[in-house]
Write a protein that binds this ligand. Structure first.
Ligand SMILES: CC(C)(COP(=O)(O)OP(=O)(O)OC[C@H]1O[C@@H](n2cnc3c(N)ncnc32)[C@H](O)[C@@H]1OP(=O)(O)O)[C@@H](O)C(=O)NCCC(=O)NCCS
Length: 228
């Protein structure tokens, strides 16, 4: 039976994050961003405050069972300049002390790169994407990705994301391209993986750009419009 994508409701925060935790359970990022002992109330409050501002949480529902099988959070920066709602955060509110020291090695390089590539410029950003392990390869990820891509198309704006290695084939399949002129490399002390890890930074340009790639657009001085 069909899977559908709908806006998630604030009351669904719990099932949404259950899917996220189930999807990411084997990935190091969980213990970095949500270590044992981190203040759950502060996390929930923070997520609620951002709900529907620039961040749009969406859910993928199995219409046979009514279960939420996947989730994503798309951030839509459609206003230009100072008004666009993007602010580089300086910390994660529920992390402090050693927990923050560990997390900032992972998170700060990505925040700085977002600011460099887009910052106050109009764009669409995929902040989070997770499909429950029991429901993989049914097309939920593709539907959740397409939701934001369609909005970026309407706005004639690029979409940006930092991929996990597990997410790469999905993003490739829906037309994202990996950036090569800018890199975020995380050292092994930060990730716990042997050797340096390059985070795949991916952008999908709108069809209005008629094949212009992001690097060329950046070299042109980041013109306001992507229409060529
Ligand atoms: C990445 C993830 C969201 C994919 O979700 P999904 O619902 O299984 O993806 P879909 O079924 O929509 O796959 C769409 C296409 O992506 C590609 N794809 C997805 N998962 C793949 C895999 N494990 N191996 C190879 N290709 C894959 C395929 O081209 C697939 O099309 P096909 O099934 O017709 O061949 C899911 O694996 C997940 O939650 N992983 C853990 C969390 C994570 O890393 N999230 C990404 C954060 S950036």
């Amino acid at each position: 039976m069909p899977l559908i994508v709908l806006p998630a409701l604030e009351a669904e925060l719990e099932p949404l994050y259950n899917v996220w935790f189930a999807a990411f359970k084997d990935q190091a990022v969980v213990s970095v961003l949500f270590p044992e002992g981190a203040d759950r109330k502060v996390q929930i409050q923070y997520i609620k405050e951002g709900w529907g501002q620039v961040g749009h949480p969406i859910k993928c529902v199995d219409t046979d069972t009514g279960d939420i099988v996947g989730m994503a959070i798309w951030e839509i920066f459609w206003r230009p300049g100072e008004e666009n709602g993007w602010e580089r955060p300086d910390r994660i509110p529920w992390l402090s002390g050693e927990d923050w020291d560990r997390a900032k090695g992972v998170i700060l390089p990505m925040w700085h790169m977002r600011e460099k590539l887009f910052g106050k410029r109009k764009h669409v950003y995929l902040g989070s994407m997770a499909v429950h392990p029991d429901h993989r390869r049914r097309g939920a990820g593709r539907l959740l990705a397409q939701w934001g891509i369609d909005i970026a198309e309407q706005l004639k704006l690029p979409s940006y994301l930092e991929a996990t290695f597990e997410g790469l084939p999905l993003y490739d399949s829906v037309g994202f391209k990996r950036l090569s002129h800018e890199k975020v490399v995380l050292p092994e002390e930060v990730t716990g993986h042997p050797g340096d890890v390059e985070v795949p930074l991916m952008i999908k340009m709108p069809s209005a750009a008629k094949g212009l790639d992001f690097e060329t657009w950046a070299k042109r001085g980041y013109p306001e419009t992507y229409e060529t």
